[in-house]
Write a protein that binds this ligand. Structure first.
Ligand code: PHE
Length: 339
């Protein structure tokens, strides 16, 4: 019996098979259990011989079962570990990393270029009041320029009419009221106009520039913008054309055109085959300087403003402004802005 049981225990292929043998040998109806029970019906002499033999058999079989079970459990664990092995040399799954949006990229470039020219960055609220957005900039209630701005007004008809700023020029006012001249700031940010087509979105980005000091002239304005555009478009052959224009808050006002050349049928900034309007600018109107509590006979300055998204389109050759705000990865990838 012992030899038979031990051989079968050793040969058992699974924990369940070992368990079945244990029940068969040591269970309530088991063969060894039956032998143990039979001791009661033996003579003392028989029992003296059979007792130790049966107990030895039980211990031997119990030990063999324990050993076999442990071996099978270890084998099962080894198999599981082997199946779950990680190959540390495999390349990791590629989770696409985030990337910088072209507008953010251009805003960073602008801040860096103007920092080199000594300009600090200023900001103001996107929810603005009528006075900062219009009146203080010499655009009174009745002024036709208000109609051109397609303003989003808030429905508060009270004493302080609120709106979404239509340009970054109110930051000129806020800066002059807050800081003492000399002032040299740029103010990048979101602006809003009720307008939408391939070159207009209801929200877009502008950057404003303001310099207030003694003895500032149009010459300073031209040099600053020329230096800025050369750095931004990374070209030395930048040609500017200053065109007389009109803004209520500058006098004189000049529209800045930049020359382009045609390369492989595409417009490239630089040269002078044609002209693209890139900035509005001018000498800060004395009424604006006065509205900010400064004396215009002592302090003069220039201001300029332009669309950041438009600058990005010109630099990176994009043609639909709306795509900037669609969040379409294919579009970003096409222009090299996403992995
Ligand atoms: N605020 C003007 C616009 O939105 C641009 C501008 C800024 C013009 C500063 C002159 C001086 O069109």
């Amino acid at each position: 019996l012992q030899a038979d049981l031990l051989a079968r225990i050793d040969g058992a292929a699974s924990i369940e098979a070992v368990e079945a043998i244990r029940v068969e040998a040591l269970g309530k109806q088991g063969r060894i259990t039956a032998l143990l029970k039979s001791l009661g019906g033996m003579t003392p002499e028989e029992r003296l011989v059979e007792g130790p033999a049966i107990h030895a058999l039980r211990e031997g079989v119990t030990a063999a079962i324990g050993t076999r079970k442990a071996a099978l459990e270890r084998a099962a664990l080894d198999a599981k570990l082997a199946a779950e092995t990680l190959d540390m040399t495999l390349p990791a799954d590629r989770t696409p990393p985030g990337s910088v949006h072209p507008v953010s990229q251009v805003l960073d470039e602008l801040a860096e270029i103007f920092a080199d020219l000594g300009f600090a960055v200023a900001s103001g609220p996107e929810i603005e009041d009528d006075w900062h957005n219009f009146s203080a900039l010499n655009i009174p209630e009745t002024h036709p320029a208000r109609a051109m701005h397609d303003t989003f007004y808030f429905p508060n008809e009270g004493e302080k009419r609120m709106l979404l700023r239509t340009h970054t020029s109110p930051v000129q006012i806020r800066t002059m009221l807050k800081d003492k001249p000399p002032i040299r700031i740029i103010a990048p940010g979101r602006v809003y106009r009720s307008d939408s087509d391939a070159t207009h979105t209801p929200m877009f980005h502008q950057i404003e520039g303001l310099v207030i000091d003694r003895g500032i002239t149009l010459g300073h304005l031209k040099w600053t913008l020329e230096t800025f555009l050369k750095a931004f478009f990374e070209r030395d052959d930048i040609v500017l054309r200053l065109r007389s224009s009109y803004f209520p808050f500058t006098e004189p006002s000049v529209e800045i055109d930049v020359g382009y050349s045609i390369v492989n049928g595409k417009r490239v900034i630089g040269g002078s085959d044609g002209w693209l309007e890139v900035l509005g600018s001018g000498m800060v109107h004395r009424k604006v300087i006065e509205a900010c509590g400064l004396d215009p006979s002592e302090w003069q300055g220039f201001a300029f403003g332009t669309g950041v998204d438009r600058l990005a389109m010109l630099k990176y050759g994009m043609d639909d402004l709306r795509a900037f705000f669609d969040g379409d990865l294919r579009w970003l990838r096409h222009y090299g802005f996403a992995a």
